[in-house]
Design a protein around this ligand. Structure first.
Ligand SMILES: Nc1ncnc2c1ncn2[C@@H]1O[C@H](COP(=O)(O)O)[C@@H](O)[C@H]1OP(=O)(O)O
Ligand SMILES: [Mg+2]
Ligand SMILES: [Mg+2]
Ligand SMILES: [Mg+2]
Length: 321
């Protein structure tokens, strides 16, 4: 299938290379120690130089290689020329060699929507300080940071690429093994990690660390979890689901947007999982859809119905799609 790959496979292969470059930018900015933090709507809604550079890098690279696709990125940036060294034109050869699922093989560029979260877990990124001056008690926050590139067609998440820039941060800055890229496509599979499940019957809920409120905690309690993990980032929490660290990602609040959930949902779908709002309804990733996930996020690898059935009525009433 290497002769003339389908458009969507070329797009995923490019997104993979762009996500790897993005990861390098995220590490470089942290190492420089100059995060260039800007408050957007408040202290828990931040933007750093890394968010800005990565968004420029991914969006400019995408529109150069795929001029007809719709690209929606988190950050609102002034229109300006993007520096040549931020453009990535490489592609993952591995991905180009894969067979495109039949249902996606004829998709056209103009039918595809790409949701870009240049840096997910920005709050935790800013708290982790610089790699060179890391306080050991903050180092763990680095794992919460991801770069998310989600591809949608017909309103559905059909492919996702996640880079985790500080995976293996314990090995130190010099290690070639720091950072990894996970990707997946329903109908084809998921790659870059080993699928694991929590032990049978264990309910381990992963939820927000920095955007909590009473609805969020009430809903987590209603799941009757054996354990609760509070970490940053939507991408990071999906990685916990597919690596057997958590059985459900429960966030009964507005706050996440379509770029937070598109790539994670595609990877989760690729391994048989599910992502919905708190009502159990599917999210739509069309180009003209509202960005905010107003009715929260509920994601699981297995037993989605159990968690959906435990959401309190009061929460359902409070969270309208
Ligand atoms: N109230 C909020 N304001 C801004 N972003 C939010 C809010 N709640 C969630 N998010 C986004 O969703 C991600 C997952 O939420 P949480 O970390 O709280 O579990 C956050 O890392 C953040 O993405 P980002 O870091 O890309 O701005
Ligand atoms: Mg943000
Ligand atoms: Mg995000
Ligand atoms: Mg972001």
């Amino acid at each position: 299938m290497s002769g003339n790959p389908a458009v969507v496979m070329r797009l995923v292969a490019s997104a993979y290379a762009m996500a790897e470059k993005a990861g390098a930018i995220v590490r470089r900015v942290l190492q420089s120690g100059e995060l260039g933090i800007v408050e957007k709507t408040g202290a828990n809604d931040l933007q750093t130089l890394a968010d800005r550079l990565v968004q420029q890098s991914i969006c400019a690279s995408l529109s150069k290689s795929f001029p007809k696709i719709t690209i929606i990125g988190e950050e609102d940036l002034p229109e300006e020329a993007v520096k040549e060294d931020l453009i990535e034109s490489g592609q993952s050869e591995d991905i180009l060699q894969k067979s495109c699922p039949a249902e996606y093989s004829a998709l056209k560029e103009e039918e595809l929507v790409v949701w870009v979260d240049p840096l997910d877990g920005t709050k935790e990124y800013t708290e982790a300080l610089t790699l060179t001056h890391l306080q050991p008690n903050h180092q763990w926050l680095l794992d919460h940071v991801t770069v998310l590139i989600g591809i949608a067609y017909g309103g559905k998440a059909i492919a996702g690429v996640i880079n985790q820039p500080f995976f293996n941060y314990q090995l130190g800055t010099e290690s070639a093994d720091m950072g990894r890229t996970l990707w997946g496509m329903p109908g084809l599979g998921a790659f870059g990690f080993e699928l694991q499940e929590v032990p049978d019957g264990r309910r381990i809920v992963t939820t927000t660390r920095s955007h909590s409120n009473k609805l969020v905690t009430d809903t987590v309690d209603a799941m009757e979890p054996h354990d609760v993990i509070r970490v940053g980032g939507a991408g990071n929490k999906i990685i916990q689901l597919v690596e057997g660290k958590a059985s459900a990602y429960v966030f009964a609040s507005l706050g996440t947007k379509k770029w937070d959930t598109c790539a994670p949902e595609a990877i989760l779908l690729a391994v048989g999982g599910k992502l919905t709002d708190m009502h159990g309804s599917a999210l739509c990733y069309d180009a003209n859809v509202k960005h905010m996930n107003s009715a929260g996020v509920l994601a699981t690898l297995r037993n989605h119905q159990y968690y959906a059935s435990r959401v309190p009525q009061s929460v359902l009433q409070a969270l309208k799609p």
